[in-house]
Design a protein around this ligand. Sequence first.
Ligand code: PRP
Length: 176
Amino acid sequence: MDSGHRPKVLHTKEEIAATVRRLAGEIRRDYRDKHPLVLGVLKGSFIFLADLIRLLDFPLEVDFVRLASYGRGRESSGKVKVVQGLRTPIKGRHVLVVEDIVDTGLTTACLLDYLRRKRPASLRLCALTDKPSRRKTPVDIDYLGFTVPDRFLVGYGLDWGEKYRNLPEICFLEDE
Ligand code: PRP
C-alpha cells in the first residue's frame, strides 16, 4: 500500500453484522411508532446506515448532513465545519443521528447542538464505534456498537485520507 500502513482486522464482517442486528433491535423497540428521521453523518456513516435501516421494518425517513473534522491523514484538525446542512425540517420530529465513530466527540457535540436548536421532539445518537480514550468533550451515546481502542480505524465507511472506506471489516492501520 502506498500509505505505508496496512489494515488489520479488528472486527469481522460477522461481528459487524451481529452488532448491527443488535442495534436495530434496540432501535426498533424505541422507534417503531415514532416515524423517526434517521440522520446520517457523511461520509463515514453511509455503509453502517444503509445496513442498519434495512433491518428497521417500520416507517422512517432518511437524510444526511456532512461535517468535516479531519484533514487528510490521521490527525484531527480539531475544527468542525458544517459542509452540508440539514434539508428536512425537524421541529417536533424524532431524530436519530447515525455516526460511524465518536472520537474526540467534537463533531458529534457540534452536530447535536446544531440540531437541538431546531427543537426536535427527541434527539438520540447511534454510533457504530466509540473511542472514549480520545474524548475531549462529553457525548452520550444512546445506541453503541463497539468500544474501540485508540488505533486509527478504517473500513466499513471509515477512511484514511479517503481510502479504505470500502473494506468490509473494521480494521486498524498498522505500520508496515
Ligand atoms: C469522522 C467521523 C465522525 C468524526 C468523529 O468524520 O465520521 O464524524 O470524524 O471525530 P471526532 O469525534 O474527533 O469529532 P470525518 O470528519 O473524518 O469525515 P468523514 O466521515 O467524511 O470521513
